[in-house]
Design a protein around this ligand. Structure first.
Ligand SMILES: [Zn+2]
Length: 396
């Protein structure tokens, strides 16, 4: 006799697809405020109907030296939706409303393949599908009288580093101490659950020299481009893939004309690391590039997402998820990824977190992003069963 909430979810196959169509058709890339506001309102209204209290927490600013940051970019709020009194340990659910897709681009809606097994659409797996199943799972549980102790956080800037929402995510992770974190990022290829993630950080290098006319006064010039280039060559030797120590440079800019010795040059880059130790090593490597004038080099860093190493607690939570999957006749292999997400932030506050409980598909961040339609029901059932078991004492 299947749990009643599983039957409810199964009966909502069409509603899940309709909901996905609605959310995929509402653009939330590029800090598109109307789309983000609408999506947030649609989702939080449904949670409010389940008895949740909704708080919109204003976002924090992000460092203005990061690449692509415009001082005029809107700073979206983060919605914290606290469920009605429930039983069992706290369950913190995290979902991001934003996508990477251009709201004015041609890729705008959900398009079903002729066989109906898959569909393409902006954000369909990353992570509108995850948002749809998150809300549907909570609704089905409530309808079946199962009351986990849940809080949902919807942020709107995960794809750009969660700078605006990091403080809220951290605060909610601490508040959920003793419980678990569940994020509905898309499953890895073949449906795997990520149990280990690298961390990531941003950096910027600014070189300053002295401008001079190349023909009349070359000797008094000091090239910032040359100073920057020396630093970049040093960086080229830093990656060590045997230890997952990764450092990438780009974009790079410098100079204003070919007949002027450039007095300014800058480069931006990204690091990835499996542990605090390698993060510290990268930090030291970058700081060691600094030089005083006349050809000065200045480095700024922001290691915004800590590594998410495999821990005994994460593995225990992953095993619970796998057991729930097997009950449903699904497979749930474990894997490791270099990608980062808000799960990194939640777990760094001590909250055991698994973060690829969303739907299956592929082509993330591309105009071919696609979803396996049956995964809407399957992964919704998995999420609901996992929460029901945690509420029933499987985690304590
Ligand atoms: Zn995502």
């Amino acid at each position: 006799m299947p749990e009643r909430f599983l039957t409810i979810i199964d009966s909502r196959r069409d509603a899940l697809l309709d909901d996905l169509r609605l959310h995929v058709g509402t653009p939330t890339g590029g800090f598109h405020t109307p789309g983000l506001d609408r999506t947030r309102a649609l989702l939080t209204d449904r949670l409010r109907r389940l008895g949740a209290s909704i708080d919109l927490v204003p976002g924090d600013p992000k460092p203005d030296w990061l690449f692509g940051v415009s001082p005029n970019s809107p700073i979206p709020p983060t919605a914290v939706c606290r469920g009605p009194a429930g039983i069992g340990p706290p369950i913190l659910l995290a979902g991001h409303l934003d996508t990477v897709h251009d709201p004015a681009g041609p890729f705008r809606e959900l398009t079903l393949a002729p066989d109906g097994a898959t569909a393409t659409g902006p954000g369909c797996v990353d992570m509108k599908g995850g948002l749809v199943i998150l809300v549907a799972a909570l609704e089905a549980l409530a309808e079946a009288g199962v009351m986990p102790n849940w809080t949902v956080v919807f942020n709107s800037d995960e794809e750009t580093g969660s700078y605006h929402s990091e403080a809220v995510l951290r605060a909610e992770a601490r508040r959920a101490a003793g419980g678990v974190g569940l994020a509905v990022e898309p499953a890895l290829p073949d449906g795997s659950l990520a149990v280990e993630r690298l961390g990531t950080g941003q950096f910027r290098i600014d070189a300053r020299g002295r401008a001079a006319h190349v023909g009349r006064d070359f000797a008094s010039g000091v090239s910032a481009v040359t100073a920057l280039a020396r630093a970049l060559v040093t960086i080229g030797d830093l990656p060590d893939l045997t230890r997952d120590k990764i450092i990438n440079v780009g974009p790079v800019e410098g100079g204003i004309a070919t007949n002027v010795v450039p007095d300014r040059a800058s480069a931006w880059g990204n690091v990835r690391f499996p542990s605090r130790q390698i993060a510290d090593e990268l930090q030291r490597d970058l700081v060691a590039l600094e030089r005083p004038g006349p050809a000065s080099v200045h480095v700024r860093t922001s290691f915004n997402r800590p590594a998410k190493p495999q821990t005994p607690e994460t593995l225990r939570l992953a095993a619970l998820a796998r057991h729930a999957a097997e009950t449903l006749g699904q497979r749930l292999p474990f894997a490791k990824t270099g990608g980062v997400c808000d799960g990194n932030i939640l777990q760094s506050e001590g909250l055991p977190t698994i973060d690829t409980l969303g739907v299956r598909g592929g082509g993330l961040h591309t105009p071919q992003e696609w979803i396996e339609i049956p995964s809407l029901v399957e992964r919704c059932q998995l999420l609901a069963l996992l929460m029901a078991r945690i509420a029933a004492g499987a985690w304590t």
